[in-house]
Design a protein around this ligand. Structure first.
Ligand code: BJW
Length: 246
């Protein structure tokens, strides 16, 4: 990989690197993305499985969808892109803002992770709002219930639902304090997550995007690295090691 002069300058002086990831980073772990040809939302009606209204209408259908994904994720593992982001911590203060619910950044060992859209291994009680862990895959009972018999839901963010305020505030802080902000494997089609890279850009971060195709934010980036995250990120860390003399 041949890096451009401006990027080398930024990599030399940067202290804080903000990263925002989407489904594309987990694609090479075998996890389906949402949009595009084989995307989940191409085959499954989004309003039925990713809205509160859909869940209240048919909790069993929604839980079957999430059970299928929990099984898929439980059989997979973080790939070299996730692992490289952990390695980046050897050189910079790295904060990862992820839209993914698969928990792979945590499994890869990254230290600072914000899960904007929740986590598939957590459930939330519909009565009390209490969040707890549930790693059973496949689930023995669908829909799962709490000890007191209340309906549980996946602790993820569906369309029309507010993102956790603390996670959003922290993401905005990270974006505005990043020297370099790297957006990886997201179509940037979903708000408010899609605005976070723009906030970084407005706060003078050097904005880098890694994706197999251009997205809505590509034209705002300082550098677009076209390719699979699993290929581009390990090449990038090699260059960073050269710059840092390691
Ligand atoms: C690779 C690769 C490889 C592939 N290497 N790259 C009109 C305008 C603006 C906003 C709205 C609007 N109408 C409605 C809204 C709001 C709505 C929204 O944004 N809708 C848009 C679709 C129009 N947003 C919301 O509803 C949000 N909430 C909200 O706005 O609340 C307001 C509110 C405030 C106060 C009170 C109440 C409400 C919530 C959004 C929640 C999104 N939830 C989901 C499901 C999460 C749970 C689950 O996983 O089941 O989040 S939807 C889904 O999309 C998931 C993802 O996190 C999210 C983003 O998808 P992502 O990650 O970008 O994946 P893809 O598939 O889209 O893209 C993959 C990319 O990877 C592609 O670019 C590929 O090229 C690339 N790629 N392989 C590198 N190997």
């Amino acid at each position: 990989m041949k890096l451009d002069k401006h990027f080398i300058n930024h990599l030399t002086t940067a202290r804080n690197i903000g990263v925002m990831t989407g489904a594309g980073i987990s694609a090479d772990s075998g996890i389906a993305t949402f949009r595009g040809k084989d995307g989940l939302w191409n085959n499954i009606p989004v309003e039925k499985v990713a809205t509160l209204e859909g869940f209240l209408e048919n909790p069993e259908l929604v839980w079957k969808f999430y059970d299928m994904r929990r099984i898929e994720i439980s059989k997979a593992k973080p790939n070299h892109a996730h692992l490289t982001l952990k390695e980046l911590e050897d050189f910079y203060q790295v904060s990862i803002i992820t839209q993914n619910i698969d928990g792979f950044h945590k499994l890869a060992g990254s230290s600072n992770i914000i899960e904007l859209h929740g986590n598939i291994w957590e459930v939330r009680c519909m009565e009390t709002g209490k969040v707890s862990n549930n790693t059973e895959a496949p689930l023995t009972t669908i829909p799962p219930k709490s000890e007191t018999g209340s309906l549980l839901r996946p602790n993820v963010i569906w369309f029309g639902e507010a993102l956790p305020q603390k996670a959003l505030d922290l993401s905005l802080k990270i974006a505005s304090e990043s020297d370099i902000f790297i957006v990886i494997g997201t179509s940037a089609a979903v708000q408010p997550a899609a605005s976070i890279p723009m906030i970084a850009k407005r706060a003078n971060a050097f904005l880098v995007e890694i994706n197999i195709e251009e997205t809505q934010i590509t034209r705002f980036t300082d550098l677009f690295l076209k390719g699979k995250a699993v290929k581009v990120l390990p090449e990038l860390i090699k260059e960073i090691k050269k710059i840092k003399g390691k």
